[in-house]
Structure formats: structure tokens, C-alpha cells
Write a protein that binds this ligand. Structure first.
Ligand code: FMN
Length: 155
């Protein structure tokens, strides 16, 4: 699988590196401009807005994408999803503590435009800091179930 992450303050990166180690894959960072916080905050209020991002090319049809919850929009992640297409994409959204569900729905809909099968989970930053090990087991379990769903389907 390909494992991509975008991270501004390090939480998504920390999950990405821990998960990549467990799954024995090399994580790929989605890089964008290094704006200060007020600029990113401003952009995060503009729905659907994408900003050019740089990332290594896709090598697999299954992917994992880890990124933060930003108000309505995380522009480099929006760009990424408009320029990649996976058979299966599992998204992990890290958040501070508020309004994560509608954000997740938005990104699930966006990803579904170019990916056949999409699922997601939310990880609260404070939970990750407290329970890294048990959360990692839970994430791996969810990914395993996601990969296997529909694969055994016999028409
Ligand atoms: C511009 C910006 C907007 C944010 N908006 C929200 C928000 O609306 N809801 C929320 O729960 N957390 C919000 N957060 C907090 C992040 O989602 C949370 O800290 C996340 O774990 C950060 O991931 P990162 O360290 O990988 O960048 C915001 C953070 C930033 C920088």
C-alpha cells in the first residue's frame, strides 16, 4: 500500500510514522508551502480550495491518507485528492476536538469521485498522545477489515 500524510503540527506525521513502521512501508509526505498559522487558518475557511502540493508518485492501487481536520478545508489535501485515484483509500483524520464529522463526510465525498472504495476514521489528538499503542492496534484492525471487504465477494 501507499501511505501518504500531510501534517502541520506533527500529530498526523506521528501516526503516519508509527503505522508505516508497523506495516513495513515507507511513508510519503505531502508537502506544500510553509505559510504561518494565520494564513493556513484563513485558507482553511475556503471550502473546496486547493493549493499545489508535492508528493512522490502513486505506486499502489491501495492507499492510506493521514491528515488534520482544518475548519472546512485542508488545501494541500484537497489538491492531493484531486490528483490521485485509488482502488481503495483509507483515510485517518486527526482533530483537536470539534466538528470532525461533517469534515470527514466532505473528504469522503471528494475522495469517492476518484477512488472506488473509501473509508475513514477520526483520531483525536489528545487520545493519540495518551494511547498510542492501543490506537495503533485499532487502526491496523480497521485497515485489515477495509482491505478485505468486498474482496471475497462471489457474484
Ligand atoms: C488551521 C487549523 C484549523 C484547525 N481547525 C480545527 C477544527 O475545526 N476542529 C478541530 O477539532 N481541530 C482543528 N484544528 C486542530 C487540528 O485538527 C489538530 O491539532 C490536528 O491533530 C493537527 O494535526 P497535525 O499536527 O498533523 O497538523 C485546526 C488546526 C489548524 C492548524
Amino acid at each position: 500500500m501507499d501511505l501518504y500524510y500531510f501534517s502541520y503540527t506533527g500529530t498526523s506525521k506521528s501516526i503516519a510514522l508509527a503505522l508505516a513502521r508497523e506495516l513495513k512501508i515507507v511513508p510519503k509526505e505531502i508537502k506544500s508551502y510553509s505559510f504561518p498559522y494565520p494564513i493556513w487558518l484563513l485558507f482553511s475557511f475556503i471550502p473546496h480550495f486547493s493549493l499545489k502540493a508535492y508528493f512522490e508518485p502513486q505506486e499502489n492501487s491501495y492507499g492510506i491518507l493521514i491528515f488534520p481536520k482544518w475548519t472546512f478545508n485542508c488545501p494541500p489535501v484537497t489538491y492531493f485528492l484531486k490528483h490521485t485515484a485509488f482502488e481503495k483509500l483509507f483515510m485517518i483524520i486527526t482533530y483537536g476536538g470539534w466538528r470532525e464529522k461533517p469534515y470527514g463526510e466532505y473528504y469522503k465525498n471528494l475522495a469517492t469521485k476518484r477512488c472506488k472504495d473509501v473509508d475513514l476514521i477520526f483520531i483525536k489528538k489528545s487520545e493519540w498522545e495518551k494511547n498510542k499503542y492501543s490506537l495503533l492496534i485499532k487502526i491496523e484492525e480497521k485497515i485489515k477489515n477495509f482491505i478485505n471487504r468486498y474482496n471475497n465477494f462471489q457474484p
